[in-house]
Design a protein around this ligand. Structure first.
Ligand code: GDP
Length: 315
């Protein structure tokens, strides 16, 4: 499977020619409860649309890496799937284990909190950070949404909860203070050679990114009607000179959900397909031919075979 790279014209000058001195590189886990802005932050930092950012919690079920190479530093980000309370469902357990495993393998954690709200779920994620023993930077997100005067008490409260390496107020949506966040991360990465080629933005395959982009449009278009019972599987992805042909199956749990996804006379599916196609076209930079099928499979969230096809290995 091919790796995803920037367009050749965007390739940066080789680092060896640009600067002298040792390079730094490492793995960074972006962790936090659902909806705090992890995907938005990753997209902002890496400068490419990889993670799903639909306005719904828990749309990202995979560990996603985005790679940022700037000057002498290469940061390999892992966007963990979120850490959830125990939960009976196999899917939640797999997600929890994947999140903790991802944490233990990184050089540094970036703990994202929503400036406007601290919940039990935040505390749970913080517990996992402690358990992992990894150093962590607190990124206090959504500072655009609140009164600046309220920020200091929030930072102080966070300091009482855990001795973080640094406390950085950011706005992922507006891109505020991300240079400061990158500087704090950089300082804490070990010296060493780059881990990936410099022009690589993600070690994920195009196939994986295609599932994320399709799922994003599904969740955005359907809103509350079909919650998180959707799973997208790419059946075929064929890159031709002027066109990318993609065939994908949208799995839902029940026939009633299937009817909602398809809509009256197929109208809903048509709308989802058109939006997903536009988003895929901007990612591939080519015309996309997209064929979507909707199938139902009762209880896919508890089916180990389906779960095995989730790539939760992350690193
Ligand atoms: P994740 O579940 O942690 O990955 O969160 P997302 O990145 O999907 O973001 C969840 C919601 O918060 C989305 O509606 C985002 O647009 C919103 N969001 C993310 N970052 C910011 C921010 O800096 N400011 C504001 N106001 N909203 C944000």
């Amino acid at each position: 499977m091919s790796e995803v790279t920037r367009h050749p014209a965007e390739r940066t000058e080789s680092r060896a020619e640009a600067t002298e001195g040792p390079t730094r590189s490492g793995y960074i886990a972006i962790v936090g409860r659902p909806n705090v802005g992890k995907s938005t932050l990753l997209n902002r930092l890496v400068g490419a649309k990889i993670a799903s950012t639909a306005p719904k919690p828990q749309t990202t079920r995979h560990n996603i890496t985005g790679i940022l190479t700037e000057g002498d530093t290469q940061m390999v980000f892992v966007d963990t799937p979120g850490i959830h309370r125990g939960g009976r469902r196999l899917l939640n357990r797999v997600i929890n284990e994947a999140a903790l495993a991802a944490l233990q393998q990184v050089d540094l954690a970036v703990f994202v909190v929503d400036r406007t709200r601290w919940t039990e779920e935040d505390a749970l994620v913080l517990e996992r950070i402690r358990a992992s023993g990894r150093p962590a930077i607190a990124a206090v997100n959504k500072v655009d949404a609140v009164d600046k005067k309220a920020l200091l008490p929030a930072l102080a409260a966070l300091q009482r909860r855990h001795p973080f390496e640094a406390y950085v107020p950011v706005s992922a949506v507006k891109g505020t203070n991300l240079d400061a966040l990158k500087a704090e991360i950089r300082q804490r990465l070990p010296e060493g050679p780059f881990l990936f080629p410099e022009d690589q933005i993600s070690s994920r395959s195009e196939r994986f990114i295609a599932t994320e982009l399709i799922r994003e449009q599904l969740v955005r278009t359907l809103r509350d009607e079909v919650p998180h019972a959707v799973f997208v599987e790419i059946d075929s992805l064929e890159e031709r000179p002027r066109l990318v042909a993609i065939g994908a199956t949208v799995w839902v749990e029940r026939p009633s959900q299937r009817a909602i996804v398809i809509g009256r006379k197929g109208a809903m599916l048509k709308k989802i397909g058109a939006r997903a196609r536009r988003s895929l076209e901007s990612f591939f930079g080519k015309q996309v031919y997209l064929e979507l099928w909707v199938k139902d499979k009762v209880g896919w969230q508890d089916n180990p075979r389906v779960l095995a096809s989730f790539d939760t290995t992350g690193l």
